[in-house]
Design a protein around this ligand. Structure first.
Ligand SMILES: Cc1cc2nc3c(=O)[nH]c(=O)nc-3n(C[C@H](O)[C@H](O)[C@H](O)COP(=O)(O)OP(=O)(O)OC[C@H]3O[C@@H](n4cnc5c(N)ncnc54)[C@H](O)[C@@H]3O)c2cc1C
Ligand code: FES
Length: 284
């Protein structure tokens, strides 16, 4: 086995791929909420992805990647036996895992993969874990069995009603609390508008919200300032201070603006890549 080698590749749906990589040092020290920065080639971008799972005995880490633009499409076309050029990590501050009592763990789309290690750690810490898995349609609901294995209750939902409850994660959350469940803390990962509205609802329902932020990152070590976010009126760097933050006072609108800054360049990169590769990218 070689460092950074893809030991296993599994297509979870049309746009999401699971990779198990050989990376013993990271596997030994990873904690829930941390991430790695991947690079596929010498002139390639640095792409942050969550550490979804790890096995310190086997020396493996698991990442799950959604094809959304040029770099993630290139990653997802790698094969078993191929190597990532760089796998840097573990990065970020681990999530503060405590026994909160009852917790809601909410994942949207590929965010389901990103909340899995947090749900697992919260369950191990003695919490009652209620997991809500949201997606646009049935095919995009991922890791349901894995989430069930670390949750007391698992509730899938889809926008089009093709699987689980029809509606958004906020509808499901409101339903549980209205039915009498007292939830103490909530952890949400997914598209930024979903995190914004879920966090707002949690505050209204008396649940302490936490959200994992996904600004554009470069170095991932607090040096470049690229991942600047505003929390409690203060500038924080998501790569070192987060990515998980208390969500009551996150400036989500600023995050939406900052993550859209390179839309034109990203679109152009995809179009140029598509010219050479007949592929399905940009399905987001
Ligand atoms: C801490 C963290 C953990 C993440 N975990 C996962 C994960 O587990 N699985 C997963 O599929 N995705 C994850 N992401 C998102 C992933 O990094 C982006 O989808 C990826 O960088 C897109 O790159 P691209 O070239 O394919 O797409 P592009 O077309 O370049 O960009 C598409 C969108 O992705 C975002 N993005 C672009 N470049 C970066 C960058 N360098 N850093 C962060 N965001 C960027 C922007 O919002 C952009 O609009 C995570 C992001 C962060 C910050
Ligand atoms: S990515 Fe550079 S400071 Fe966070």
């Amino acid at each position: 086995m070689r460092e950074n080698e893809i030991l296993l590749k599994e297509q979870l749906n049309e746009v999401v791929v699971k990779f198990v990589l050989y990376k013993p040092l990271i596997a030994r020290s990873a904690k829930a909420g941390q991430f790695v920065i991947l690079r596929g080639a010498e002139n390639g971008e640095r792409i942050p992805v969550t550490l979804v799972d790890w096995d310190s005995k086997k020396g493996t880490i698991t990442v799950i990647i959604q094809s959304i633009g040029k770099s993630t499409f290139m990653f997802n076309s790698l094969k078993q036996g191929d190597l990532f050029l760089n796998v840097l990590g573990p990065l970020g501050t681990p999530v503060d895992i405590q026994n909160y009592g009852t917790v809601a763990v909410v994942g949207g789309g590929v965010g389901i993969a990103e909340v899995y290690p947090i749900a697992k750690a919260l369950k191990a810490a003695g919490n009652k874990v209620i997991s809500i898995l949201g997606a646009r349609t049935k095919e995009l609901v991922i890791l349901e069995e894995e989430m069930k294995s670390v949750s007391d209750i698992t509730l899938p939902c889809t926008d089009d009603g093709s699987y689980g409850q029809k509606g958004m994660v906020t509808d499901v959350l409101k339903g549980i609390v209205t039915a009498g469940e007292k939830i103490n803390a909530g952890f949400v990962i997914g598209p930024i508008p979903m995190m914004k509205f879920t966090s707002k609802l949690m505050v209204e329902l008396g649940i302490e919200p936490y959200a994992s932020l996904n600004p554009i990152m470069l170095d991932g070590t607090g040096m470049c300032g690229c991942c600047r976010v505003t929390v409690e009126g203060k500038v924080r760097f998501a790569c070192v201070d987060g990515p998980m933050f208390p969500a009551r006072t996150i400036d989500f609108d600023e995050l939406i603006r900052r993550t859209s800054e390179y839309k034109n360049e990203e679109k152009q990169a995809v179009q140029e890549y598509e010219k050479d590769h007949k592929c399905k990218i940009g399905l987001h």
